[in-house]
Design a protein around this ligand. Structure first.
Ligand code: ATP
Ligand code: AMO
Length: 477
């Protein structure tokens, strides 16, 4: 019977089992005995190849010489070993091999070892770009993040990477699960645009036949137009392109946006309620469904477990209150009308953790001057706005706001921006018009998927949560 490796326990001392797997290591003990380490998915198991009446010494020699990373088909018996074997394996069992076939042989030497990818990266692991690899004395490249990303197919084979990308898929599934329960429609807005939308400078221009096109920086305008089209509640999971020359551990030039937009009845805090409920559902789902994967990553990156707010009450801190906390802690004269620097954001994360005992919180009522033109000013203070950011471990994962749903007011706000946005331009005309024919008050938010995954797990670099990351210095492989 062909079995998944996870089921070996059901076959101890019974009929022979057959399974396909990868040889992680092979070593010869003597002319009559060899040991293989076999892997399937997140499981590893030790296998013994011992010469006998039915198994030749040549077979033992062949088994010991299988290059690591080759795929093989194994026929064997499941036994309880006499001595406990190393903890990376399915502990209490081993396979006594009867037959071994090579399915696909790996070349020697590999450009890097899979075990290299199981080690923690030092520091923030910032990547300056694809410069020449440093070489170790044996001529093999030193295993930097750059080397790992240059050999990503081998790198991704590491168990820690399988765990990270199972979790990433899990976040998307939980996002859609929660929001569809809440009546959201899954939408797909265009990524090829005829005009730069949210801001002009950080947009990628592409050739579009004999014209220019642009890659979408966000589904912002389209998700709002769909609310105006009476969809009322929409969500999207899609690529976001940003031509920002940001070489940091938390910026990519292509990432996955988790967006939502919804009409509300009385107050934009209804939107924040949905966003908070959504994130708490995702965190709970990750704890329940991905405990094993999370533990695997935590064994490598020894990061404190993510602290969720007590009793499910997410602190909603006014921006001015955040500034007050920072002034108290640093003695610096911080402005209430400027955005926070990255170090201040991180410090605020620490202060909030001390005060509220949570790594997840929200800043509300940002200064209007630091938000995009579509943001609704605060009715109580024209220098503030009905907008918010969500944070995990002191780093931003989501921006959102109540939007302006009146065309004339929107036009006025666009013209007041510095630099001004032209409401008559081809990219804006249809967007502005959407608010002329009866559009409900609405708001929403956009999350960066790779940031959620990185900050949940405490990864040192966002590139580790992108399969084939794109940054200003990397567009291959
Ligand atoms: P948003 O795009 O919503 O503003 P974000 O988290 O992507 O959110 P940015 O606005 O790109 O953040 O930048 C936020 C902070 O990141 C800035 O305050 C800045 O200090 C820092 N930052 C951005 N780019 C760089 C860079 N190239 N090098 C160092 N720090 C940077
Ligand atoms: P914003 O520009 O803040 O807002 O983007 C939303 C979220 O996307 C993530 N993010 C990034 N992730 C990786 N690399 C990047 N370069 C990067 N830039 C942003 C962050 C951020 O919080 N239209 C608004 C959203 C809205 O108001 O609904 C927007 O795009 O987690």
């Amino acid at each position: 019977t062909r079995i998944p490796l996870l089921e070996v326990s059901q076959h101890v001392d019974k009929d022979a089992v057959v399974f396909r797997c990868v040889v992680e290591t092979a070593r010869s003990q003597s002319a009559k005995l060899a040991f293989l380490n076999l892997r399937q998915g997140l499981e590893s198991i030790q296998a013994v190849v011992a010469a006998s009446d039915t198994l030749s010494k040549q077979m033992v020699k062949f088994a010991a010489s299988v290059p690591p990373q080759s795929m093989v088909l194994v026929h064997g018996l499941v036994k309880k070993p006499f001595e406990p074997i190393n903890s990376a394996t399915i502990k209490d069992f081993e396979i006594h091999i009867q037959k071994l076939y090579t399915v696909s042989r790996a070349e020697i030497p590999l450009p890097m070892q899979v075990e290299d990818a199981e080690r923690a990266l030092p520091g923030e692991g910032d990547v300056p770009g694809q410069e020449e690899e440093p070489k170790a004395e044996d001529g093999r490249p030193l295993v930097t993040l750059n080397t790992r990303l240059n050999n990503r197919v081998i790198d991704l084979r590491a168990k820690i990477n399988h765990a990270i990308f199972r979790i990433k898929g899990g976040v998307v599934q939980l996002f859609q699960e929660y929001l569809s329960q809440q009546g959201f429609t899954l939408i797909h807005t265009p990524k090829l645009l005829g005009a730069a939308t949210e801001g002009g400078s950080n947009v990628f221009e592409v050739k579009y036949f004999d014209k220019s096109g642009f890659l979408a920086q966000s589904p912002q305008l389209y998700k709002q137009m769909l609310v105006a089209a009476r969809f009322e509640r929409v969500m999207e999971v899609g690529p976001v392109f940003r031509a920002e020359n940001s070489n940091t551990a938390r910026h990519l030039t292509e990432f996955t946006g988790l967006d939502l937009e919804m009409a509300f009845e009385e107050d934009y805090h209804e939107v924040m309620d949905v966003l908070e409920g959504l994130m708490l559902f995702i965190f709970k789902g990750l704890r329940e469904r991905y405990a094993r994967e999370t533990e695997l990553v935590r064994n490598t990156y020894n990061v404190e477990e993510f602290k969720l707010p007590e009793a499910g009450k997410v602190p909603r801190i006014p921006f001015v209150e955040g500034i007050r906390l920072l002034r108290e802690a640093t003695g610096e004269e911080l402005s209430e009308y400027e955005d926070l620097s990255t170090p201040m954001e991180k410090l605020l994360g620490k202060l909030v953790l001390e005060k509220y005992n949570t790594d997840f919180y929200v800043l509300d009522q940002f200064p209007l001057s630091v938000r995009p033109f579509y943001t609704m000013p605060s009715p109580h203070d024209p220098k503030l706005s009905n907008s918010y950011d969500f944070f995990m471990r002191g780093q931003e994962i989501c921006s959102g706001a109540q939007r302006i749903h009146n065309a004339d007011f929107l036009t006025q706000r666009m013209r007041a921006m510095d630099p001004p946005v032209d409401p008559e331009s081809p990219g804006m005309r249809d967007y502005v018009a959407a608010f002329r024919y009866g559009c409900p008050p609405h708001g929403g938010g956009g999350f960066g998927l790779e940031r959620i995954v990185s900050f949940w797990l405490g990864l040192p670099n966002i590139r580790l949560s992108s399969l084939f990351p794109r940054d200003p210095g990397r567009i291959l492989p």
